[in-house]
Unconditional design. Structure first.
Length: 302
């Protein structure tokens, strides 16, 4: 890996102009590794958002405007498909309400994953996880202080190194606008024996307007989607653990569109069909789909 490889920082944005400004300014101030920022605007309708994005005068920033809100995970996958050095350096998926507080934050994450092969994903500890939490353990690996989750991981800022992306592919799009997609990705990493860790020496906070962070309808709105997607996440977790579903979720649309401008691809068609495999043969099987549906119906009856 060349030290000059460009790190892709990917962000899905929808409204919340003040949050967006604060997040971008913190990235500009604290990121030292060569980087690009690609923003997908999910059809923002708040006054001033599109104008601000259109007038960003920064050669490291590229903005893609969507005509409709396609949800966080579909938008994230489109961004990932365009990331530079996707198979080597990897990418950082960053929410549009994070404040980077550690100078060189990204270099710590890159180094940590380079020297610790068992670390599959790194995140900022901003989702309410405490050091004494029963499902985390404190680790020190090659000089990096980490909190390793033993259950499931999530975060507003997540680094996926290229070696992990090669094995796991894109995010699962079955989780609506918000949902459990980070947890789903972490679960797939766990199944490979990899760790999901919070980096204790990188401080990233949530942007607070008038010192009133994550309040009002937004958090309630997000939590509603998470609850609705909970059953889907639990089902997928079962399928990964029992090898009824492939850990690598590769959509044909992304295979066709890697390193291309996917917005202009005539063959671009939405699909959330993941590769389903037979537990014994490892080959795709309609019978596996039937077993999954049978399992789902049995869970509903219970």
């Amino acid at each position: 890996m060349s030290d000059q490889e460009t790190l892709s920082i990917l962000m899905v944005n929808y409204n919340r102009l003040e949050y967006l400004k604060g997040t971008l300014n913190s990235i500009f101030e604290n990121t030292i590794h060569p980087y690009e920022i690609t923003i997908w605007d999910n059809a923002s309708n708040e006054e001033g958002v599109k104008e601000y994005l259109q007038n960003l005068n920064n050669p490291n920033v590229k903005v893609l405007f969507s005509e409709k809100n396609v949800g966080v995970w579909r938008a994230s996958n489109q961004l990932i498909a365009q990331a530079k050095n996707l198979y080597t350096l990897g990418f950082i998926k960053l929410d549009n309400d994070c404040i980077i507080k550690t100078k060189g934050w990204e270099t710590k994450w890159i180094e940590c994953c380079n020297v610790n092969a068992e670390v599959g994903m790194l995140a900022a500890n901003i989702e309410g996880k405490k050091e004494r939490s029963s499902d985390t353990e404190m680790l020190e690996l090659n000089g990096h202080r980490l909190l390793s989750l033993t259950h499931e991981g999530t975060g507003g800022a997540v680094y996926v190194p290229g070696r992990v992306f090669k094995q796991l592919g894109f995010y699962n799009e079955e989780y609506g606008r918000y949902g459990h997609a980070d947890k789903d990705y972490a679960r797939r990493a766990f199944t490979l024996g990899l760790k999901f860790c919070y980096h204790r020496d990188v401080e990233i906070g949530r942007f607070a307007v008038n010192d009133n962070d994550m309040t009002g309808g937004y958090r309630q709105h997000k939590n509603l989607y998470v609850r609705r997607n909970r059953k889907v996440y639990i089902l997928n977790r079962y399928l990964y653990q029992h090898r009824l579903r492939s850990l690598a979720i590769w959509y044909k649309k992304f295979k066709d569109c890697i390193a291309k401008d996917i917005l202009q691809s005539a063959s671009f068609v939405w699909s959330n069909d993941a590769l389903l495999v037979n537990k014994e043969t490892g080959k795709a099987s309609r019978g596996v789909c039937d077993k999954i549906e049978q399992y789902r119906l049995e869970k509903v009856k219970k």
